[in-house]
Design a protein around this ligand. Structure first.
Ligand code: NAP
Length: 213
């Protein structure tokens, strides 16, 4: 698939490398076409990668992966809303307060739903927000796949999102409509607070255990 990235830092970089290694065409969107970090990322992924200004990403890609700081995400998506019409937009952001003490949005809405309102024609999914980028780089721990929940309203394209999550190496679980981002965003905060406040560090992930009988 043609996968465009808006945000090529920790999360965007990890996912671009993982999906590039599976043969997808990767379009890296950047504010600075000469950025050393982005050029390095392109070199690490290989010949199926190209670098573009951010505003060209929606027209290049079938799927857009958004991995930017929350504070600028709504405005950025709004500015690209027309080009994003009918595109799958995978939102990896978390609407974190700047001191990580909580979420700016919750209970009655979510960051994912705010972005859907910013780009009403896009098919917004929430995914890749509930674990660290280091786990996205290597999602199998002690022989078990980490779990990645996703949600979104578009019925026809959810299998595409599911397959991309599997391509990265996660167990992929459909959590339902986009309003389930109200659950996935606090779940991300649980990972963050466990990692940073409660001593687990970044090298752990949530996984599912099923009873076989
Ligand atoms: N870090 C994690 O483990 C993790 C895990 C799950 C979800 N998340 C969420 O994913 C998002 C990205 O996190 P990250 O750790 O990948 O951040 P990051 O490493 O700081 O990368 C942020 C990316 O956004 C770009 N960016 C910043 N401001 C921009 C603007 N005004 N316009 C366009 N692009 C802009 C940056 O480009 P420049 O290089 O040009 O600055 C960079 O490519 C956040 O919402 C975070 O909450 C993070």
């Amino acid at each position: 698939m043609k996968i465009g990235f808006i945000g090529t830092g920790n999360v965007g970089g990890a996912l671009a490398k993982a999906l590039g290694s599976k043969g997808h065409s990767i379009y890296l969107g950047t504010r600075d076409l000469q950025s050393e970090d982005v050029l390095n990322l392109k070199n690490q992924i290989g010949p199926n990668t190209s670098i573009h200004p951010i505003n060209e990403i929606p027209s290049k890609a079938d799927v857009i992966i958004l991995a930017t700081p929350w504070r600028i995400s709504e405005g950025l998506v709004k500015s690209l809303a027309d080009q994003m019409s009918n595109k799958i937009l995978i939102d990896c952001t978390n609407p974190l307060k700047t001191d990580l003490s909580g979420l700016e949005i919750g209970h009655t809405s979510s960051g994912g739903e705010v972005l859907q309102m910013a780009a009403p024609g896009a098919k917004v999914f929430k995914a890749f927000n509930t674990t660290g980028f280091n786990i996205m780089e290597s999602p199998v721990l002690e022989s078990r796949k980490a779990v990645m929940f996703f949600c979104g309203d578009d019925k026809e394209s959810r299998h595409i999102v599911q397959d991309l999550i599997k391509d990265v190496g996660f167990e992929s679980i459909d959590a339902g409509p986009l309003s389930a981002a109200r659950l996935l965003e606090p779940f991300a905060l649980l990972w963050i607070s466990s990692a940073y406040k409660f001593g687990l560090g970044r090298d752990f992930a949530f996984s599912l255990i099923r009873r076989k009988n």
